[in-house]
Ligand binder design. Structure first.
Ligand SMILES: O=P(O)(O)OC[C@H]1O[C@H](OP(=O)(O)OP(=O)(O)O)[C@H](O)[C@@H]1O
Ligand SMILES: Nc1ncnc2[nH]cnc12
Length: 179
């Protein structure tokens, strides 16, 4: 494990049985509170954005906003919020999905993405992959391409990666940490 990976892992807190029994919640708030760790994470994601030729960063509400916005600034790219349903005022595309603990619907402003865009989707945790899969579908339905999906932590025992394979269509899924 690299020094950066060790630093990031050390700043993620495990919370048992949250938000419901049986879930081991990966809490990133200690990482956000540590400027060295937050900067290292932002730099690692920005390197992925550059390497994959991304033209825009999509962040998934809410934790994907916190992580994705500084990546966009660092990489010199625009930031596009994918929000939970009912929060965006303009014309939207919507996608329903299931996640590790429940179900939800996400939306993007249709005009924010064009056929010229290659999008890097940024989030904190890949669990079942439901959220990431729905966001990939939204990007494609908006007419844009997916440069990749970048997450801080992949929970491999929930099999999100195989679930995403078809939707990714060859684009990389980059996890900085895998448990
Ligand atoms: O791979 P999945 O099973 O879809 O789970 C991963 C998603 O779950 C969490 O978000 P959540 O919906 O809890 O929202 P939050 O960021 O607003 O807390 C996490 O930030 C990912 O977006
Ligand atoms: N175990 C988990 N910890 C943090 N975020 C999650 N999103 C889905 N599952 C999660």
């Amino acid at each position: 494990m690299t020094d950066v990976e060790e630093l990031l892992l050390s700043r993620i807190r495990d919370v048992a049985d949250y938000p419901e029994p049986g879930v081991m919640f990966k809490d990133i708030t200690p990482l956000l509170a540590d400027p060295a760790a937050f900067t290292a994470l932002t730099d690692a994601f920005a390197e992925i954005a550059e390497r994959t030729g991304a033209t825009k960063i999509v962040g998934l509400e809410a934790r994907g906003f916190i992580l994705g916005a500084p990546v966009a600034v660092r990489a010199g790219l625009g930031f596009i919020p994918v929000r939970k349903a009912g929060k965006l005022p303009g014309a939207t595309l919507s996608q329903a999905y299931d996640l590790e603990y429940g179900s939800a619907e996400i939306e993007v402003h249709a005009e924010d993405l064009t056929a010229d865009d290659r999008v890097l989707v940024v989030d904190d945790v890949l669990a079942t992959g439901g959220t990431a899969e729905a966001s990939i579908r939204l990007v494609h339905r908006a007419g844009a391409a997916v440069a990749g999906v970048a997450v801080l932590m992949e929970l491999s025992f929930l099999d999100g990666r195989p679930r995403l394979q078809a939707a990714l269509d060859g684009a990389p899924l980059e996890a900085l940490l895998t448990v």
